[in-house]
Write a protein that binds this ligand. Structure first.
Ligand code: AVI
Length: 332
């Protein structure tokens, strides 16, 4: 890597091929009896900023709890990561979490910031590079949940993947297992994974974290429709949709939905024509799941995905956990 920031855009919302694929995906989701839209549509530039705002809400404990765990255990984490490693930050957003670690002395040789929202990433990375010019930095605009392609110039040795914030919870457990397996395949035994995981807790705490009094999470959820309109020329009237979020205890997951306030017709373009779906008042579009784990449950998931030497740190209330694990098997 050079001393300048290199930006590689491997995902382009607006390329004709991607647009056609996204339209198919949108149609498939909207035409199911239980309609859904993929959570990746949360993250246009405004959605990424709204998510940053969520992390500052009093009700949304994961970000500050994870930060407190880092503060408490930083010397040990620094020792485990060692020196001369590459930090691959999956879903870096504003790069604030990595920046905080760097300022606290956890310094990689190389920093690879990966995010689907490349415009947001560009500004964040440029600011970070100005503050920390000694670290080699690269930005990858990529939907890494689909396929994780790292540049060949990134050495295989000492790749440390950083996946904070419990974003792993936005996959179902089988999807999470498959994703973690793919990650294990991107490192050798000198690498590792530092991952934040939200833990199962009282329903009232979880409900409030995803339905805050200020309505920022509601705006984040409804912004998904604005993004779909802008990207794929759908015609959702945002005001017709209400934010619904609750903890489903049986499945250990937060569910977020958008609920039609009245009967509405929604249309979006197909190759040749427009497709339409009618939603009756009260019908919902499922937009996100956020799975919560027990410490033992997540440790099992990591082992099943091929990780070993698993360590875990948590906060005094055991609301959130930070895991470090090494790749235990041969590279796949
Ligand atoms: C990004 N992800 C870990 C967040 C979560 O908590 O599942 C997304 C989010 N959705 C609503 N609030 C935050």
């Amino acid at each position: 890597m050079t001393s300048e920031i290199k930006l590689l855009q491997l995902f382009d919302w607006d390329s004709p091929g991607e647009k056609a694929r996204l339209r198919e995906e949108l149609a498939a989701g909207l035409l199911q009896p239980q309609a859904s839209i993929a959570p990746k549509f949360f993250y246009d530039a405004l959605g990424s900023r709204l998510f940053e705002a969520i992390t500052e809400l009093p009700e949304y404990y994961p970000t500050r709890t994870e930060a407190a765990i880092f503060d408490e255990h930083l010397p040990e984490i620094r020792r485990i990561l060692g020196a001369d490693f590459s930090l691959v930050d999956l879903g870096c957003g504003s790069c604030a979490k990595a920046g905080k670690l760097f300022h606290a002395g956890l310094l990689p040789a190389r920093y690879v910031a990966v995010d689907i929202s490349v415009d947001f990433l560009r500004d964040s990375l440029q600011n970070l590079k100005r503050e920390l010019p000694a670290i080699d930095m690269m930005g990858l605009g990529l939907d890494f949940t689909d396929e994780l392609r790292l540049p060949d110039e990134l050495p295989l040795e000492r790749r440390m993947f950083f996946y904070p914030g419990s974003s792993i919870g936005n996959f179902s457990p089988p999807e999470a297992r498959a994703f973690l397996k793919r990650l294990a395949g991107q490192m050798d035994a000198t690498g590792g994974l530092l991952i934040g995981v939200d833990l199962i807790k009282d329903k009232a705490v979880l409900d409030a974290a995803y339905d805050d009094a200020l309505g920022v999470t509601a705006a984040f959820n409804r912004n998904l429709l604005r993004h779909v309109n802008a990207r794929l020329d759908a015609d959702f009237a945002i005001g017709d949709w209400r934010h619904v979020a609750f903890y489903n205890e049986a499945d250990a997951r937060i569910e977020m939905h958008l609920e039609a306030r009245r009967g509405v017709d929604v249309s979006w373009p197909d190759d040749t024509t427009r497709r339409t779906r009618h939603f009756a008042a009260g019908e919902r579009i499922h937009t996100e799941n956020s799975y919560k784990y027990s410490p033992a449950g997540f440790e099992t998931l990591l082992s099943e995905a091929g990780f070993t030497d698993i360590r875990m740190w948590t906060d005094p209330r055991a609301w959130f956990a930070l895991f470090f694990a090494r790749q235990g098997s041969t590279r796949t």
